[in-house]
Design a protein around this ligand. Structure first.
Ligand code: CMP
Length: 145
C-alpha cells in the first residue's frame, strides 16, 4: 500500500546528498518534504531511544548531533521496505560485499557510519516523521475559545 517513511542522509554522506536525491527519484519515490537540519543532542537521543541500551548509543547520538543531516519524507508503494532495500545492509562493508549498488555500499563507511537511515516499520515512521518535521504539521486549532 502507499506508505511514507523517514529517510536521513547522515553526516558522513551529507556531501553526497544531490546524488542520493537523484537516486531516490530514479527509484520512483515521491519526496513529500525535505530539509537540512542539525539534531540537538537531546533530539538525537530521543530519535534513537530504541537503542538506548546498546553500547554504541552515546557514540551514535553524539555523532548524529555533530553535523548537519538531510531529512526526507518519502512516499511510494511499500515505501518502508523499498527504502530499506535501496539503503542496503546496516554495515557498509557488508553492503559493499553483498549489495554493491546500495546507498550504504556507495556512500557509507562502516557499521556505524553508514550514510543513511530509514524507519523500520510504520509506527517508527510516524514517530520519526513527527519528531523531525514537527513544525511542518498543521497547528491545532481550538474550537471552544
Ligand atoms: P540506523 O539505521 O540509523 O539505526 C541505528 C544505527 O545505529 C545504525 O543505523 C548505525 O548507524 C548504528 N549501529 C547499528 N549497529 C551498530 C553497531 N554494532 N556498532 C555501532 N553502530 C551501530
Amino acid at each position: 500500500k502507499l506508505q511514507q517513511t523517514l529517510a536521513l542522509i547522515k553526516p558522513d554522506a551529507y556531501q553526497h546528498q544531490q546524488l542520493i536525491v537523484y537516486r531516490i527519484l530514479q527509484e520512483g519515490f515521491t519526496i513529500v518534504h525535505q530539509k537540512s537540519f542539525q539534531f540537538t543532542q537531546d533530539q538525537a537521543a530521543l530519535f534513537y531511544r530504541e537503542h538506548e541500551h546498546q553500547p554504541f548509543y552515546s557514540t551514535l547520538t553524539e555523532w548524529m548531533a555533530s553535523a548537519p543531516v538531510y531529512a526526507l519524507i518519502l512516499e511510494k508503494e511499500d515505501a518502508i521496505q523499498s527504502w530499506r532495500t535501496l539503503m542496503g545492509p546496516t554495515d557498509a562493508n557488508k553492503a559493499r560485499a553483498t549489495e554493491p549498488t546500495s546507498l550504504r555500499a556507495l556512500y557509507g563507511t562502516d557499521g556505524s557510519r553508514n550514510a543513511v537511515h530509514g524507519s523500520d516499520c510504520s509506527t517508527s515512521a510516524q514517530r520519526e516523521i513527527n519528531l523531525v518535521f514537527d513544525q511542518q504539521r498543521e497547528p491545532v486549532t481550538s474550537t471552544n475559545t
